[in-house]
Write a protein that binds this ligand. Structure first.
Ligand code: NIG
Ligand code: FE
Length: 445
């Protein structure tokens, strides 16, 4: 390069640097980006540690943001020389605190009516989740309350749960239907999910979960009409999709819910609409849910306590994320651990999520979920943080979120912590300092 080319490059650098809408300086950054060493693996497994950089961390760094995206990422000193060109309101001094990608809660049922603390009391007296479901409680109890709630009431009740999550750093969330089980109430739930995203300015991915439980009107003394209900589920999906309410399709594949053959029918309709699928699988038994998801190249298979190694291999081949839900395991006092070591061995990406729902996981803290993931399932702090950022994004098919790298959305969380592991270590202390969504600091915090 001759001298004049060199000069041009410097001038270009300067004008690029000073054109940012916002800059964040003096930050320690957990990027979760392979470009910054996160999760890099050499061919030689023994040397793996040597190459990967924990959390993809960059210390004493800075970020330039333009048009809601990360436009530049580098060492603080590089941008510091340009500081006099920035107005005060364009600069955030992170004061050596930690930035992570905005957290992503990739499996929730936060939109529901009523509450099931009565079942919590019953379980404490010995009733099981399956007993309660068989006696007409469980999911169908929430279905009645959700059907009865007006859209305004449903919004107001669900908003409290969303705000609790946002206040702990969540900038993207998945919200499922599945407590309506009729066309109008499924529509009402998905509409509330969309409205929540709009009002709070965070990303909401909606998931159609009408195949969650058999509604009471399809049960009779003689014979349950599960196949008839599944036919309805298949008919409603294109309608709600045409109304712009569905981003993905889910089901509950379990002895107390639907068989893999029944779920397959719903997945066929999803495929015809080009919608991605995911599934509640292998939570209470192994009836082939994850194998089905893998066959449809699904985004994620979720719960997984009873997942077999054969099906783990299928998930690895289809690049399906394993979504681990410690809140449900904890609430149900489950004892069967999900096969974490085998998932690691086969390099299946693992996400974690609150599974916030009124029955098995009345949990609105992704930070506590991280702690549970470590304490109950022996996940590492790096794994649970990756599981609520980069792999949670993958579980939602959001490839421009969940990591801090040039070109990605500027969705960030700023934390007053000494090390990233503090987020999984502390219980009940919220070290959030602020969240940024697509380049704008958010006002909820
Ligand atoms: O993710 N497993 C099925 N669905 C929910 C539970 C819903 C409920 O009990 O209301 C879950 O655990
Ligand atoms: Fe769930």
């Amino acid at each position: 390069m001759n001298e004049s080319e060199n000069l041009n490059e410097q001038m270009l650098d300067k004008s690029t640097m000073t054109s940012f809408d916002h800059i964040i300086i003096n930050a320690n950054i957990a990027t979760f980006s392979a470009q910054h060493g996160f999760g890099i693996e050499t061919k030689d497994d023994e040397n793996k540690q040597a190459d990967s950089i924990p959390y993809g961390q960059l210390e004493h760094a800075a970020i330039g943001i333009k048009d809601g995206k990360i436009a530049w990422l580098g060492v603080h000193e590089q941008i510091a020389t340009h500081l006099p060109h920035y107005q005060e309101n364009k600069v955030t001094d992170a004061d050596d605190k930690w930035l992570t990608p905005g957290l992503i809660d990739c499996h929730t049922h936060i939109v529901y009516g009523g509450n099931r603390s009565n079942e919590f009391e019953a379980r404490l007296q010995g009733a099981s989740y399956q007993d309660i479901a068989a006696q007409g409680g469980g999911i169908v109890a929430t279905v009645s309350a959700t059907r009865e709630a007006s859209i305004e009431t449903l919004f107001a009740q669900s908003e409290k749960r969303l705000v609790a999550l946002i206040k702990e750093g969540v900038t993207s969330i998945e919200i499922k239907s599945g407590y309506g089980l009729d066309l109008d109430t499924e529509r009402k739930m998905l509409t509330v999910a969309r409205q929540l995203g709009e009002k709070h300015g965070i990303h909401v991915s909606t998931t159609y979960l009408a195949a969650h439980a058999l509604p009471p009107e399809y049960k009779s003394h003689m014979q349950d009409r599960a196949d008839d209900y599944i036919e309805q589920v298949c008919e409603w999906l294109p309608i709600l999709h045409s109304e712009g309410l569905v981003d993905a399709v889910d089901g509950f594949c379990e002895n107390i819910a639907f068989s893999s053959d029944q779920i397959r029918r719903v997945f066929e309709v999803a495929r015809s609409l080009d919608l991605p699928v995911k599934l509640h699988s292998e939570q209470l038994s192994d009836i082939g849910g994850s194998a089905l998801v893998a066959e449809y190249k699904g985004l994620s298979s979720d719960h997984l306590e009873h997942l077999s190694e054969t099906d783990i291999e299928k998930m690895a081949a289809s690049n399906t994320v394993a979504v681990i839900l410690p809140g449900a395991f904890y609430t149900l006092r489950d004892t069967k651990l999900p096969p974490i070591e085998a998932l690691r061995k086969h390099r299946v990406p693992m996400a974690i999520s609150t599974d916030c729902n009124p029955g098995t996981s009345p949990l609105t803290s992704l930070l506590l979920t991280m702690n549970m993931g470590c304490t109950l399932f022996y996940l590492t702090p790096e794994e649970v943080l990756a599981g609520s950022t980069v792999y949670a994004a993958q579980a939602l098919g959001l490839f421009n979120k969940g990591k801090i790298e040039v070109g990605c959305d500027a969705d960030l969380a700023l934390w007053d912590i000494a090390r990233p592991a503090d987020l999984a270590y502390q219980m009940g202390l919220n070290p959030i300092q602020g969240i940024m969504v697509q380049g704008q600091w958010h006002e909820t915090i």
